[in-house]
Design a protein around this ligand. Structure first.
Ligand SMILES: Cc1cc2nc3c(=O)[nH]c(=O)nc-3n(C[C@H](O)[C@H](O)[C@H](O)COP(=O)(O)OP(=O)(O)OC[C@H]3O[C@@H](n4cnc5c(N)ncnc54)[C@H](O)[C@@H]3O)c2cc1C
Length: 549
């Protein structure tokens, strides 16, 4: 073999240095439609930054150089620090500067949550580990706001646009991030089984000091400055703000035992932690821990769906781009009939996911509105379930479009495929979301009316949709006995999600996308594999919706 560089033929070029936003018609339209048209140019600017070589390189570096735990120092004293690669810090610096953590709380304005959702979705195309502390900080704000008087300094530091990586007391920092601790060894979904105990240090009540003893089995982004943690107080399961430092400046007794060796999400640290009489301040009344932390959880669930839609978009874009540059059997892959069908079907799934996640985000811009509150209650678990559930299937099929190159870690998809199941697992796994949908519909029947308001305005536009909707509404009106309803929980949730996506496409979608969705998802049910669209579809138009040429 000669040492000369081989001639490289027929390989597609890297997809970098493009504007993630202005090539994404579906997201740009959703931004305007859901109430944040004024943010178009800000998103365009962010899209250009995020599509740069610099950002993709940072994302790669942060994931190839995972964090390291320093539980003890070299003398054996506790250190409990996690060391991250500089790329992680640079990514977080940029994320926080863009306000993708708490922007809508710091600068409330019409469309603020929708605009952040669009930015967060674009960020998900580049790097996902950093989204974990961003999301938890986003959700921590509404959990703490009811007790503003006790947590004002924390709230104001959460709103900061400065990322401060120092391991130091919050009072000495320019900005903070927050995490959460619910899951224990014996139960994550069923947090009522939590065994961590909290003893009052003196007087009891919201804002008062307690001491926490126990553990958390998953405790992500442990270098956050504080965490909302569930523990059993004398009055029942309660929520505590547990900071990394005590008010006197000493390190709080949060002992990091180990970092998880995870399938994906490698840039981020997920630790196991033990609390050794750790200092914590009570959030809400004793015994009200679950509702208090669920204030945070509901925003996390929104972000899970937005993040999964972003992951899908990046993988589908990579697939479309590859097929436009690679030839097989005499023509470009993108021109091969069966590949056109696969790409269009993937793009359609992505389009529907983006539309649905952005519609949900709008419900978070109307926090005081009763109809939006009811819709949020039922639509959040629906969207979290369905969009997150579709992501691994989409990412996996997109990988196959790249052939063998798709499976290689040097390429853009392997990391994203490994990441893709996570959003479905944390903050309420699939079944838990479906049970939550049923709980919403049975405990607060007006959530069904809110759903109907979303689904019925487009009635009469297409008989396939009308039949689908009529059957769904009939089933939702009579859920049957609880055991039977649970058995059908996934089926019902999936149908609500598909109906909502169809309703959005009927009302606002392009004609090719709407027709393809009705034909393939509503008339025929969700496809088992991608690439089964009927021949009448406009394949090129569908692909271009996700990655403009
Ligand atoms: C990378 C990563 C990071 C994480 N970070 C954090 C963190 O920072 N803080 C934190 O608190 N947690 C964190 N978690 C934990 C995560 O939230 C939990 O793993 C999740 O909530 C599920 O809990 P579990 O693992 O105990 O599973 P289980 O609760 O045992 O559930 C196992 C399965 O059973 C299903 N199931 C449970 N109950 C029912 C039922 N009644 N009917 C039908 N099916 C049911 C669930 O849907 C799931 O599929 C993280 C997890 C991962 C993977």
């Amino acid at each position: 073999m000669s040492g000369a560089a081989p001639e490289v033929l027929n390989q597609s070029a890297e997809l970098v240095e493009y504007n993630l936003f202005s090539t994404h018609s579906v997201l740009a339209e959703a931004l305007a439609r859901e109430g944040a048209a004024a943010e178009h140019s800000a998103l365009e600017k962010l899209g250009a930054e995020l599509g740069s070589v610099t950002m993709f390189t940072l994302g790669e570096a942060a994931n190839r150089n995972p964090p390291r735990l320093h539980a003890l120092d070299r003398f054996g004293a506790r250190r409990d620090e996690v060391e991250f690669h500089p790329a992680w810090h640079e990514l977080l610096r940029r994320l926080v500067a863009a306000g993708l953590h708490t922007g809508p709380w710091a600068q409330p304005r019409p469309g603020a949550h929708v605009a952040r959702a669009a930015g967060y979705m674009l960020w998900a195309e580049v790097e996902n580990g950093t989204q974990c502390p961003a999301t938890m900080s986003y959700g921590a704000v509404p959990a703490l706001v009811p007790q503003r008087a006790d947590f004002a300094p924390w709230l104001s530091l959460l709103m900061s646009r400065e990322y401060d990586p120092a391991f130091a007391p919050a009072t000495a920092k320019r900005g903070v991030l927050m995490g959460m601790g619910m899951t224990e060894r014996q139960g994550g979904s069923d947090v009522r089984t939590n065994t961590t105990r909290a003893q009052p240090a003196g007087a009891r009540g919201p804002g008062r000091e307690y001491r926490l003893t126990g553990h958390k089995w998953f405790f992500s982004a442990p270098m956050c400055d504080a965490f909302l943690v569930l523990a059993q107080a004398p009055g029942g399961l309660s929520c505590f703000l547990v900071p990394r430092f005590l008010p006197d400046g000493s390190v709080n007794a949060l002992h990091l035992v180990r970092l998880k060796d995870k399938l994906g999400n490698r840039s981020n640290a997920s630790s196991e932690v033990e609390f050794d009489a750790a200092y914590g301040l009570l959030v809400a009344e004793e015994g009200r821990g679950i509702p208090a932390i669920l204030e945070m959880g509901v925003y996390t669930r929104l972000d899970n769906a937005i993040g999964s839609a972003g992951l899908m978009r990046q993988c589908v874009s990579q697939a479309i781009h590859h097929a436009r540059g690679r030839r097989a059997f005499g023509r470009l892959l993108a021109a091969q009939p069966l590949m056109r069908n696969v790409l269009a079907d993937l793009a359609l799934e992505c389009e529907a996911a983006v539309m649905l996640a952005m519609r949900l985000a709008r419900a978070f811009d109307a926090l005081a509105d009763e109809g939006a509150t009811l819709l949020r209650r039922v639509l959040t678990p629906v969207v979290k379930y369905w969009v997150c559930k579709r992501a691994p299937a989409v990412c996996s099929e997109a990988m196959e479009v790249l052939g063998g190159n798709g499976y290689v870690e040097d390429g853009p998809i392997a990391r994203r495929l490994r990441e893709s199941p996570l959003n479905s697992i944390w903050e309420g796994s699939g079944n838990i979301m479906c049970l939550d949908v049923l709980r919403a519909l049975t405990r607060e029947p007006r959530t069904g009316e809110a759903l109907a308001e979303l689904l019925t305005p487009v009635r009469g536009r297409d008989p396939r949709y009308d039949r689908y909707l009529a059957a769904l509404l009939a089933d939702l009106t009579d859920l049957g006995d609880p055991g039977d309803a649970e058995l059908r929980g996934r089926e019902l949730t999936q149908r609500i999600a598909l109906a909502a996506q169809a309703a959005l496409l009927l009302a606002h979608g392009s004609a090719p996308s709407c027709e393809a969705f009705l034909a393939s998802r509503i008339a025929a049910g969700a496809p088992a594999a991608f690439g089964t669209l009927p021949r009448s579809c406009d394949f090129a138009a569908l692909s271009a919706r996700i990655l403009r040429e």
